[in-house]
Design a protein around this ligand. Structure first.
Ligand SMILES: C[S@@+](CC[C@H](N)C(=O)[O-])C[C@H]1O[C@@H](n2cnc3c(N)ncnc32)[C@H](O)[C@@H]1O
Ligand SMILES: [Zn+2]
Length: 263
């Protein structure tokens, strides 16, 4: 199913290496993933962000979202379906979804993220790649999930079977609003734009909203996994360090698309 990022021929696994008929080869790293990204890049989440996200997610705060996704998937695919988790991060959602849908493949542009995902889900295939050039055969996937990560609709359409689905998860306007109110005097609501594509039709919109009381450690991890950490002054970040607990709203939109066959 994997293809060579250079010549697009099928890759075959021989011992610890993926090879194509044109002698391009890609070793499986000591961390257990294959790097199919041709360019050297520091794109994607840094180790600091990945570690914080991992520590935060393992506390189960986003379990309602993982469960909701699994239940929505049951309406569209079956247990033999192949799911591709694009921009998979640490593979947290896969670890929940795979209990119902075991055929999951994941990739991320960040090696640190993929290292974590391989560790968490030892039986799943993960590779390093970018969403704008995914080294997988055309029409080989039943469902693509993009959770808080950019979507490249043309690549998704190429990879999906004709009746394949694309699921996009993005923050609702009030996601983490209490954290924002603590940091910024003029805290704003997120804009909620429903993504529109010329090769996909929106077939269902859903949401997942929950609230939890976070302690200092969890708040610290939460802020480090968001962009606020990188674009907020030390003075404003200190406001988070000065609280012991904070009740936080987690609110997500879930959009489900079907591939348009006649685009
Ligand atoms: C906010 S994190 C979400 C990670 C994961 N989906 C989750 O929800 O736990 C965004 C992820 O997208 C990855 N990413 C960003 N741009 C990407 C691209 N062009 N191709 C693949 N992954 C990308 C980042 O490295 C990061 O792991
Ligand atoms: Zn090749």
């Amino acid at each position: 199913m994997l293809i060579c990022p250079k010549c697009k021929s099928k890759l075959n696994k021989v011992d610890n290496t993926y090879k194509c008929p044109n002698n391009h080869s890609y070793d499986i790293s000591k961390y257990g993933y294959v790097n199919l990204l041709l360019s050297k890049t520091n794109a994607g989440d840094s180790k600091l962000m990945v570690d914080a996200r991992c520590a935060f997610l393992e506390k189960g705060y986003y379990l309602p979202l993982a469960k909701k996704l699994t239940s929505l998937l049951s309406n569209y695919i079956n247990k033999d379906s192949v799911i591709l988790d694009g921009g998979c991060g640490s593979g947290y959602y896969d670890s929940v979804i795979e209990n119902t849908f075991p055929n999951i493949i994941g990739y991320d542009i960040s090696k640190d993220a993929v290292t974590k995902a391989v560790k968490l889900n030892k039986d799943l295939l993960y590779f390093v790649a970018s969403s704008n050039d995914i080294p997988l055969e055309s029409a080989s996937i039943d469902c693509i999930i993009n959770i808080f990560t950019p979507t490249f609709a043309n690549e998704c359409a190429r990879l999906l079977h004709d009746d394949g689905i694309l699921i996009i998860v993005s923050p609702k306007d009030n996601h983490l609003i209490e954290l924002k109110k603590l940091i910024y005097e003029d805290a704003y609501l997120n804009e909620e734009n429903i993504p529109v594509f010329n090769n996909f039709d929106l077939v269902e919109g859903s949401e997942c909203i929950s609230q939890s009381n976070l302690n200092k450690v969890d708040l610290d991890n939460l802020i480090k996994m968001t962009p606020y950490f990188y674009k907020t002054s030390k003075e404003n970040l200190d406001k988070v360090n000065n609280v012991n607990t904070l009740n936080i709203t987690f609110a997500f939109n879930i959009y489900i698309y079907k591939k348009r066959t006649n685009y």
